[in-house]
Design a protein around this ligand. Structure first.
Ligand code: A3P
Ligand code: MG
Length: 389
């Protein structure tokens, strides 16, 4: 336990007091400058989650890219199966994947880091200097000097999901349907099954099914292990460097006027870049659709080339701003989340009036690390007791 002295009116479990901490968020221009080093991510494990949401430490759910043959993204909507998001899954599968990775790798450096989190959380951090009014809330615990970060759904997000219109739900389906339309279950060089190609045009999508990776990298002085869903591989999985063949699939409104172009470059390309860059996915394949959900064209973007497409344009974004900001936030978290105890949590919030991040000590509330992770065990099933149970 740190000897750091706190002054304030919140007393931690260990008898120390914990002031609410603040990270002021400056104008994006304040984060310009040379980028902190971002090391090439390395895949340390991969795993699959099947339609029953059971977890397997293998590649059974990995899909292979095969250019979309149909164009109708609404086809099969009646067969859309959506994961039950009311079942909170915390970091469970990532922690299991990490335990499994530790049993497979002899070099412990590959499977230990200062931070463990989802890629989606890091994407939010990277984009915050430019997405100033999108709230997020994180839950953090420190155990054996590794800081674990999960997302806590904000009240705002829950309300938005509850109110999602029929149209919004259909549009959400379009994203998944593009994945169904653009992938096959075996590497195409082994021959593509005509029946599978015909079926995928009419098939729905099942968001329970996922193929995920755990990668290790370093941002500045912060080493990071991230979990991420990967949409597909271009050809067979390359065991030496699997990340080099992965492809992120996206849909986006066809760009037909300057306003749409500005939106695409300013917001969409930023998110596409951040999401794929973070885990070293080299290619983003975008299905451009019209308002009726028909794919009009498919275009590939090399992830590392995306920042060049927006450079110098008015109101555009700069990757160094994103990386500097995220790096400073991680430093701030490491300095302030000091209690090395998996049964204690902190809450970090970004919300109105969009001026600062706040960190509060939340004691034994919302403990999220699993007991089995602390015990070095894994499970095929999600859920189970938390730390300290
Ligand atoms: P698009 O990617 O075409 O937007 P991902 O691209 O991250 O693999 O996610 C696949 C699809 O999930 C998305 O397709 C979108 O349809 C849906 N999705 C992901 N994040 C979402 C969010 N925050 N809100 C609504 N839908 C989301
Ligand atoms: Mg995708």
């Amino acid at each position: 336990m740190s000897k750091r002295k706190f002054s304030g009116d919140h007393t931690t479990d260990k008898g120390e007091s914990f002031d609410r901490k603040i990270f002021p968020v400056a104008h994006s221009s304040r984060y310009h400058g040379s980028s902190p080093v971002y090391k090439q991510p390395i895949e340390i494990n991969s795993y699959s989650i099947d339609s029953d949401r059971r977890v397997w430490f293998d590649n059974r759910e990995l899909k292979y890219y095969y250019r979309a043959t149909g164009t109708d993204l609404s086809a099969g909507y009646d067969k859309f199966i959506q994961r039950d998001e009311s079942q909170l899954e915390h970091l469970d599968t990532l922690l299991d994947a990490l335990t499994d990775a530790r049993s497979k790798h002899t070099d412990p450096k590959l499977t230990t880091s200062q931070f463990v989190t989802w890629r989606g959380i890091m994407t939010k951090l990277l984009c915050t200097p430019y997405s100033r009014n999108e709230p997020w809330e994180l839950r953090v615990s420190r155990h054996k000097d590794t800081i674990f970060i999960e997302e806590q759904a904000t009240a705002d997000k829950k309300e938005k999901e509850r109110q999602a219109s029929v149209r919004q739900q259909l549009m959400c389906y379009w994203g998944y349907k593009f994945e169904t339309l653009s992938t096959v279950s075996k590497p195409p060089k082994d021959g593509v099954d005509d029946q599978e190609l015909a079926d995928r045009i009419l098939d729905g999508a099942d968001t329970n099914v996922q193929y995920c990776v755990a990668v290790k990298t370093t941002l500045g002085k912060n080493s990071l292990i991230m979990g991420a869903e990967v949409d597909c591989s271009e050809g067979a999985k390359c065991e030496k460097n699997p990340l080099s063949r992965y492809v992120e699939l996206k849909t986006s409104r066809l760009v037909q006027n300057p306003n749409q172009e500005r939106n695409f470059e300013r917001y969409k390309l930023l998110k596409f870049w951040a999401q794929s860059f973070l885990v070293g996915v080299p290619k983003v394949t975008v299905g451009f659709r019209d308002d009726d959900g028909q794919i009009v064209k498919v275009e590939d973007f090399a992830t590392l080339n995306i920042p060049r497409l927006v450079r110098g344009k008015s109101g555009s974004w700069d990757p160094s701003v994103c990386l500097n900001f995220a790096n400073q936030v991680l430093d701030w978290i490491a300095d302030n989340v000091v209690a090395n105890d998996p049964t204690l949590t902190y809450s970090i919030k970004w919300n109105q009036p969009w001026r600062e991040l706040t960190m509060e000590y939340t004691g034994h509330d919302h403990v999220f690390l699993t007991k089995r992770f602390l015990d070095g065990e894994t499970s095929h099933d999600l859920g189970g007791p938390r730390a300290g149970a």
